[in-house]
Design a protein around this ligand. Structure first.
Ligand code: HEM
Length: 183
């Protein structure tokens, strides 16, 4: 996983708790003193081990932690890769365009080390976008958090339904994102 994600995870823990908590987490996860910088690729296991250890230490379920982390990481993602984000988009338009304009562009970068997931987005009317998520990492809880983080960023709250989920035996996850009623 890319360093921007790992660095985001560190910032998430330091922001939510403090620097000592991050160091304790690294120690407990048996990844002490590892520095995460945004331009480097790290093993996926680092993210998973850190999140699982955080879950053990806090008694918070892994899916909830992934979702909170996804929500937290949107501003740094958008600010780092803002060149791929059209200033006129609404949040829902960004979600509909992520694959074509952002994930695909990251994957295609020369000498790319980015491996973002494959998303298929489809409008259902004007207020709903269906997002199909496929990734061996099976991080749909992170995807849900990122979508809600986009909602926070654009001040555009969403209701998300997940009629299909890899964790329930389906071969993909589907997140159906609608603008919250009355907004
Ligand atoms: C709004 C809908 C979005 C969803 C559902 C989504 C989902 C995800 C997920 C779940 C991952 C973790 C990797 C995996 O599961 O295989 C990921 C990685 C990533 N995403 Fe997205 N994302 C979204 C938007 C964005 C935006 C707005 C940006 C940047 C402006 C972005 C940039 C990235 C980057 C840089 C990675 C790391 C790739 C790597 O480790 O190589 N994503 N995305």
């Amino acid at each position: 996983m890319h360093g921007i994600v790992l660095k985001g995870l560190k910032d998430f823990v330091v922001d939510s708790y403090d620097r000592d908590t991050w160091q304790t987490l690294q120690r407990e996860a048996e990844l002490p003193h590892r520095l995460y910088v945004p331009v480097t690729e790290y093993p996926d296991e680092d993210v998973l081990t850190l999140v699982e250890t955080a879950s053990r230490l806090t008694d918070l379920p892994v899916p909830d932690l992934l979702e909170s982390f996804g929500r937290f990481i949107v501003p740094p993602l958008v600010e780092t890769y803002g060149i791929h984000v059209d200033a006129d988009w609404t949040g829902l338009e960004l979600i509909a365009n992520v694959e074509t304009y952002i994930h695909l562009a990251l994957r295609a970068k020369q000498i790319s080390t980015y491996t973002p997931p494959e998303l298929e987005a489809e409008w259902r009317g004007t207020d709903t976008v269906s997002v199909v998520y496929r990734s061996d990492r099976q991080l749909c809880h992170l995807a849900r958090g990122i979508i809600n983080g986009v909602g926070d960023y654009f001040d555009e709250p969403y209701v998300i339904e997940e009629p299909r989920c890899m964790h329930a035996g389906d071969d993909h996850c589907e997140l159906v994102v609608s603008r919250a009623p009355g907004v």
